[in-house]
Design a binder for this molecule. Structure first.
Ligand SMILES: NC(=O)c1ccc[n+]([C@@H]2O[C@H](COP(=O)([O-])OP(=O)(O)OC[C@H]3O[C@@H](n4cnc5c(N)ncnc54)[C@H](O)[C@@H]3O)[C@@H](O)[C@H]2O)c1
Length: 258
């Protein structure tokens, strides 16, 4: 018996990093999983196959989360194939540009907000509409970031998007409580995924990170996935509107050095 037997999960950004680890962890707990991918169908297929090889049920579905029509179509496809999703993990996202506001093109700003914030709005809306019509409960887990509050030079696009995502999480928690749809977010610190390519390959970056993280290392995607599984499960039945930090204590070091 898994924690999520009989549930249907849709995971955006499911072909890579935190999304891929979460898709596999949800599948291992018995959920049927739709791996929503953007461009890399081979990576998405590998995630699906890993779930199926472990005895689970999974499919892949392609969509750009910032495209309203494609999101609507993806939900229809998943519902037809696996059933109505009652778990949604919004992991799709782009990293910060590193460009300060004074030099940032509007196109860069729009690109980030469209993917990291509007994407979660579109998928969450489609998800809630389906459950509202079916009068069924569900859970949303948004993958935010510690940078929703701990801002960084050159990160205005990303930090604003993630702060918006936290706010979307709390607002939807209020709106969806009566429908018994729990809406929570996870704020990871430094996690070793393709988004942090540098840290994965450059020992100096890894060492610098270690010095700033009380736990002494960067996090793994599987550690974030375990928290997502918890938030999707009935063990978290009274949790909604929370933004849960998972960062090895990194946020606690924020004010050091000055
Ligand atoms: N890695 C970290 O240290 C870290 C820390 C805090 C938060 N996060 C957040 O975790 C989430 C997952 O990031 P990750 O570290 O696994 O990185 P990743 O680059 O491995 O995954 C990002 C995923 O988003 C998908 N994506 C990008 N644009 C998309 C679009 N328009 N439509 C659909 N999918 C799209 C990519 O295809 C990819 O699967 C992101 O939201 C990121 O901001 C990551």
């Amino acid at each position: 018996m898994g924690l999520l037997d009989g549930r249907v999960a849709l995971v955006t950004g499911g072909e890579s990093g935190i999304g891929a680890a979460t898709a596999k962890a949800l599948g291992a707990e018995g959920a049927a999983v739709a791996v929503l991918f953007h461009t890399d169908d081979k990576a998405a297929s590998a995630v699906r196959d890993a779930i199926v090889d472990e005895g689970g049920k999974a499919m892949i579905v392609k969509a750009d989360v910032g495209d309203e029509a494609l999101v609507t179509r993806a939900f229809a496809t998943v519902t037809a194939e696996l059933g109505l999703p009652d778990l949604l993990i919004n992991s799709a996202g782009l990293n910060m540009s590193g460009v300060p506001v004074a030099d940032m093109e509007l196109s860069q700003w729009n690109r980030l907000i469209r993917t990291d914030l509007t994407g979660a709005f579109l998928t969450s809306r489609a998800f809630v509409r389906g459950l509202r019509e079916a009068r069924r409960p569900g859970r949303i887990v948004n993958i935010s970031s510690i940078h929703s509050t701990a801002v960084r030079y050159g990160g205005a696009d990303y930090c604003a998007a993630k702060a918006g995502l936290d706010s979307l999480t709390r607002t939807m928690a209020v709106e969806c409580g009566p429908m018994r749809i729990g809406v929570n977010a996870i704020a990871p610190g430094m996690i070793l995924t393709p988004m942090n390519r540098e840290a994965q390959s450059d020992p100096r970056v890894l060492a610098a990170a270690r010095d700033h993280i009380p736990w002494g290392r960067a996090g793994k995607a599987e550690e974030v996935a375990a928290l997502a599984v918890y938030l999707c499960s009935d063990k978290a039945s009274y949790m909604t509107g929370a933004v849960v930090t998972i960062d090895g204590g990194l946020m606690l070091e924020q004010a050091l050095g000055a």
